[in-house]
Ligand binder design. Structure first.
Ligand SMILES: Nc1ncnc2c1ncn2[C@@H]1O[C@H](COP(=O)(O)OP(=O)(O)O)[C@@H](O)[C@H]1O
Ligand SMILES: [Mg+2]
Length: 143
């Protein structure tokens, strides 16, 4: 079999626990460091930092803690950063509503998921009632 031109390779992967509120700041800082080191522009660095912060906060506030995995990718032309946030909390009962924005079960703004979705190229949620939630996002550098 020949190689696939657009297959991406994982260059690094690190998993961080989110079991204290301070861990949100660690995940946020680590996301910013990776984005800056891989040459993302200022807007993309801010997007990744904000996304990391919002999704780590959701793991903490709504999921009761969990983990974040930060990965550096390359597709041969661009670098990518993929972040996976998972918890074994209650899951998102009404995913459609949660993604619309302005809906919060924690009496906050409810803009974390909807805002994050607009900041990245790939955004996927896997959630099951009573089992937990996994949010995966990826952002790529420009050519
Ligand atoms: N990891 C999660 N586990 C369970 N529910 C979640 C999770 N993340 C988000 N949600 C649900 O989706 C809603 C919207 O999330 P978000 O847009 O981040 O707003 P906020 O965190 O301000 O409530 C939350 O209020 C919550 O009900
Ligand atoms: Mg939130």
């Amino acid at each position: 079999m020949g190689s696939l031109a657009f297959e991406s390779q994982t260059l690094s992967s690190e998993t961080m626990a989110i079991d204290r509120e301070e861990d949100i700041v660690h995940v946020r800082k680590r996301a910013r460091m990776l984005a800056q080191a891989r040459g993302f522009d200022a807007f993309a660095c801010a997007a990744l930092t904000t996304a990391a912060s919002e999704l780590a906060r959701n793991v903490w506030v709504h999921g009761g803690g969990g983990q974040a995995t930060l990965e550096e990718l390359s597709d041969g032309n661009r670098f990518g950063i993929r972040m996976v946030f998972r918890d074994q909390g209650p899951g998102i009962a009404d995913l459609e509503r949660a993604l619309q924005g302005g809906y919060s079960t924690a009496r906050s703004l409810g803009l974390g998921l909807s805002g994050t979705r607009r900041l990245v190229e790939d955004f996927a949620i896997d959630t099951r009632p009573g089992e937990g939630t996994r949010v995966t996002i990826t952002k790529w550098t420009r050519f």
